[in-house]
Design a binder for this molecule. Structure first.
Ligand code: NAD
Ligand code: UFG
Length: 345
């Protein structure tokens, strides 16, 4: 099978949290990146920070993924070899309140991207999926063939997109000697990305009050929020609080490079969990954060958050076997880097 060239990659949502970290790794690997973002949840100031980190200037296009013409022009003008598709809306509660907005950006936006890629004959795609597609786990650790079952519009949008990608990848699979012209698509099901780049220049900085645990903890530690609300201590877990598979965002970023490598010589659709395989409780996270940063995180236990599950962690054997990738950074490093970023804001 032909190896395909991967010199220039378009990152939709490239100024966002995971996209910007992935951009640093790609640029360090000598891959040129074009960042495409409508800035609805990101700041243009990230560009200068990326330049400071990598000593290279990434190209930036301000645009919406629902603008098929602009995407097609961008793919052609920059001779893009492949796309990593981060752009989308990601707040579960907001998706329940505004489902059509979520389907529009996430499903409609991806459909627009796929049309543009087809027109520009760019057929390598890595998609940001989510562990949320597994719903309430039927067994643990969660393997890639665990049944899917979305419980909110955000998760449904990810499942709709995965189905589109599965159907699209099948088009070229009729022939066994698939060539470089066949679609090569990977869905990466991220577990819980946390932490920040070691420089402290980029990290997760949500607008308004954070929904997720780590951004909330760092703001409590910093004093901009009074205390963390621990959503339930009566789950059937080691200490009663929710258990998740937290993964350092830089490990996640390297996972994208490994995926691009895999797609160089694999056609069709592929799915991988990206996690550490280790479940951490909310209380463990608080204690670790306090121990490694020396900051106090005051908290109160409040009732469970609607829609939360008790436990989620990944089986990560598949990605290790097929890509040789595994997460290397510890929970300590996740906490230290998240705090390092927050305390420089
Ligand atoms: P983020 O909000 O920081 O990044 C997404 C970026 O996409 C933002 O910069 C935003 O401005 C841009 N964007 C949104 N809609 C757009 C549109 N219509 N056109 C162009 N740009 C648009 O989020 P993130 O945490 O970096 O997440 C990246 C991807 O990973 C998302 O698809 C998300 O669903 C997925 N994901 C994230 C997590 C997580 O916990 N962070 C977990 C699982 C999956
Ligand atoms: N939690 C608290 N207090 C908070 C925030 C969270 O106790 O203020 C608890 C939750 O109850 C849960 C754990 O911390 O037990 C993690 O919660 P997050 O909101 O950080 O993460 P979730 O696992 O609920 O969801 C996240 C993203 C989803 C994504 C999913 C899987 O928000 O979009 O991870 O990748 F789909």
């Amino acid at each position: 099978m032909n190896f395909v060239p991967l010199k220039k990659i378009l990152l939709t949502g490239g100024l966002g949290y995971i996209g910007s970290h992935t951009a640093t790794v790609l640029m360090d690997e000598g891959i040129e990146v074009v960042l495409y973002d409508n800035l609805c949840n990101a700041s243009e100031s990230v560009l200068a920070r990326l330049e400071t980190i990598t000593s290279k200037k990434p190209s930036f296009i301000r645009g919406d993924i629902r603008d098929t013409d602009l995407l097609t022009k961008t793919l052609r003008a920059h001779s893009i070899d492949g796309v990593i598709h981060f752009a989308g809306l990601k707040a579960v509660a907001e998706s329940v309140a505004k489902p059509i907005v979520y389907y529009d950006h996430n499903v409609g936006g991806t459909m627009s991207l796929l049309k543009a890629m087809g027109q520009a004959q760019v057929k390598i795609l890595v998609f940001s999926s989510s562990a949320t597609v597994y719903g309430n786990p039927q067994f643990l650790p969660i393997t890639e063939d665990h049944p899917v079952g979305a419980t909110n519009p955000y998760a449904h949008s990810k499942l709709h997109i995965e189905q589109m990608l599965i159907d699209l990848a099948k088009v070229d699979q009729i022939s066994s000697d698939a060539t470089s012209s066949a679609w090569r698509i990977a869905s990466l099901r991220y577990f819980n990305p946390v932490g920040a780049h070691e420089s402290g220049l980029i990290g997760e900085n949500p607008k308004g009050i954070p929904d997720n645990l780590m951004p909330y903890i760092v703001r409590v530690a910093q004093g901009s929020l009074p205390h963390l609300k621990v959503f339930g201590d009566d789950y059937e877990t080691k200490d009663g609080t929710g258990v998740r598979d937290y993964i350092h965002v830089m490990d996640l970023a390297y996972g994208h490079v490994a995926t691009l490598d895999l797609l160089r010589n694999h056609t069709g659709w592929h799915v991988f969990n990206l996690g550490t395989g280790v479940g951490i409780s909310v209380f463990e996270m608080i204690k670790t954060f306090e121990a490694v940063t020396g900051q106090n995180v005051s908290y109160r236990v409040v009732p469970r958050r609607a829609g939360d599950i008790a436990t989620s962690y990944a089986k990560v054997d598949k990605v290790r076997k097929h890509m040789g990738w595994r997460a290397t950074q510890s929970l300590d490093e996740m906490c230290v880097s998240a705090w390092n970023f927050q305390s420089q804001l």
